[in-house]
Ligand binder design. Structure first.
Ligand code: ATP
Ligand code: MG
Length: 570
């Protein structure tokens, strides 16, 4: 498979956008909070799905900020849930992080630390800070209390250290069935923070882990594993999303009780995008139920999906830099991401002519059998992209939309008696139409002005419209996939009582055009290569392409609605 070949200028990344995380790190560096230790961050995905655009924000913060301060970033898989995690995800996540343009200092797994975490659990038991509880999960929940009521102590809370050690060691040996016992931290059942009411540290799960196999049948909870994993890696700034703010006291409690490296957790706002779902659980449901063709369906907000759609890492990074980070959750307009993508593609994508819904045009006064080549700039934004020769002949295709037999008011494109410019070629005037027995338009007959070669008439005559075209004889045929939003509502989670988010799926999110005709230079386009089809939009070659028949995904239409929104907002 060939790789992308869109060379060109890089988008300047805005290092100046202010963001409170940067301010905190800058201050810690200045006050030498961690002595001479380097700034160390980590990106900690759970390998239970593919990364999405929300993760891209976290990646840009974790890697980008460490980079700004000469620090380092680990990629750490938070693999404490043996039942939901798979190697496929581990591989896709590494690929996606690299594609975004980042490389990690160390590749780590929380499961690397299972041994150490177990030792630390023994230490907490010996210090009287943890106990084995025989309550069922339901009973634990009932004992937990609510925001307004304190919790109740478990009858097992005051077991002796010896009994706790004995039971925990036997839990590890596999003597007890799943769910029969847990290890809990002994903190405070009356704490106003529910996370501090004797949280579970370990549960029994007899399941094969993607890396440790059957070595373990007890697995640490996220809260027990995360802070200590950070500490083991000397993470100075552990950035995560706001829903973990309530867990921060617990994060600190474990670190303080164990007296280990004092990593600090800092929470920032989750990325939410209009018309987009960023929850791995729901994205998995879309994949499993066949609502999309896979994790990399170009309508998915996964990095593999938007990559296949034609999005570039440069545009995603520029977008992430521009949204920065705050301490309150909000929602970002999808149009803003699209705006950054258009900006990048406008600068870099090679232009080409493609007719998506062809209508045949015959130029009656053009010599039969003649063909010629017109020279066309590959990218008017980038003279270094050079020019190419596009064949022209007596029969061409134009878009069905670019002709009206009876033009509505203000319709300046082709119609009987009207003259238009064929882009880079000639002026043509429509003369007559041919229809089939059923009255359907079959072809349009035109005349051309040989003096207007290149697209201008020597007498200075003006035309109101320029349309694109391809030569019938030279055109290649292609499949074009047009994508629209996957959901019809700005908030896909906004559904009626008794409904589900699936009710908001857009039934018209994919339209396949099988009869598109493209200029012949596109026959050589490589998978992943991106183009601007003039007057139509940005397109990217899909991996489903076969030798004779390319498939193009529409990345975005040309119209930039975000620019409009911004303009309106002044
Ligand atoms: P999801 O809710 O989609 O399953 P998650 O938070 O469970 O996501 P993780 O694999 O645990 O996914 O996430 C890894 C990192 O990415 C975490 O630090 C998390 O805070 C961050 N992250 C996840 N979703 C977003 C988002 N929408 N915006 C910003 N950061 C995110
Ligand atoms: Mg998670």
């Amino acid at each position: 498979m060939a790789t992308m070949s869109n060379a060109g200028t890089e988008i300047p990344e805005t290092r100046t956008t202010s963001n409170f995380l940067r301010d905190i790190i800058a201050e810690d560096v200045q006050t030498k909070k961690y002595g001479d230790a380097v700034v160390q961050t980590r990106f900690p995905p759970e390998p239970n799905g593919y990364l999405h655009i929300g993760h891209a924000k976290a990646i840009c913060l974790d890697f980008g900020l460490a980079d700004e301060f000469g620090g380092k970033t680990n990629l750490r898989f938070d693999d404490t849930n043996p039942e939901k995690e798979e190697t496929e995800y581990v591989e896709s996540i590494q690929k996606d992080v690299r594609w975004l343009g980042f490389d990690w200092e160390r590749l780590c797994y929380a499961s690397d630390y299972f041994g150490q975490l177990y030792e630390w659990a023994l230490k907490l038991i010996k210090a009287g800070k943890a106990y084995v509880d025989d309550l069922t999960a339901d009973e634990i929940r009932q004992h937990r209390g609510t925001l307004t009521e304190p919790g109740k102590d478990s009858p097992y809370r005051n077991r002796s250290v010896e009994e706790n050690l004995d039971l925990f060691v036997r839990m590890k040996k596999g003597e007890f069935p799943d769910g029969s016992r847990v290890l809990r931290a002994k903190i405070d059942m009356a704490s106003p923070n529910l996370n501090m009411r004797d949280p579970v540290m370990y549960r029994i799960v007899h399941a094969t882990h993607h890396r440790t196999g059957d070595e373990w049948c007890i697995y640490p909870m996220y809260d027990y594993a995360h802070g200590q994993s950070d500490s083991i890696e000397n993470v100075t700034h552990s950035m995560c999303t706001l829903e973990f703010a309530d867990h921060q006291p617990l994060y600190r409690w474990y670190i303080e009780q164990l007296g280990i490296f004092p990593s600090q957790q800092i929470e920032f706002d989750r990325l939410n995008l209009t018309y987009t779902l960023l929850s791995k659980r729901r994205l998995l449901q879309l994949v499993q139920e066949g609502r999309v063709s896979g994790w990399d369906d170009p309508r998915m907000p996964t990095l593999s999906g938007i990559r296949r759609r034609g999005f570039t890492p440069e545009a995603i990074r520029a977008f992430c830099a521009s949204i920065g980070a705050t301490r309150t959750n909000g929602t970002t307009d999808i149009e803003m991401l699209e705006h950054f993508q258009r900006d990048d593609l406008n600068r870099r994508a090679r232009r080409a002519m493609a007719v998506l819904r062809p209508l045949k045009v015959v130029i009656d006064n053009y010599p039969e059998g003649k063909e010629e080549f017109v020279e066309v700039a590959n990218n008017p934004e980038d003279p270094a992209a050079g020019t190419r020769q596009v064949p022209f002949s007596r029969e061409i295709y134009v878009e069905q939309d670019d002709f009206r037999e009876v033009p509505p008011p203000k319709y300046y494109r082709l119609s009987p008696g009207k003259e238009v410019r064929l882009r880079n070629a000639y002026f043509v005037t429509a003369q007559s139409v041919v229809k089939d027995a059923a009255g359907n338009l079959v072809e349009v007959h035109c005349t051309y002005d040989p003096a207007s070669r290149g697209g201008n008439s020597p007498d200075g005559r003006k035309v109101k419209s320029t349309i694109h075209w391809v030569s019938v004889k030279h055109a290649i045929s292609a499949e074009i996939r047009l994508y629209d939003k996957l959901f019809i509502k700005p908030d896909p989670s906004d559904f009626a009582e008794g409904g589900t988010f699936l009710d908001n799926l857009n039934p018209d999110s994919l339209e396949v055009l099988s009869h598109a005709r493209l200029e012949p230079s596109l026959a050589e386009a490589a998978v992943g290569e991106r183009f601007q089809f003039e007057r139509v939009g940005y397109f990217c070659v899909d991996p489903d392409s076969t030798g004779g028949r390319p498939v193009f995904n529409r990345t975005l239409a040309l119209k930039d609605t975000w620019a409009k929104i911004e303009k309106k907002a002044g």
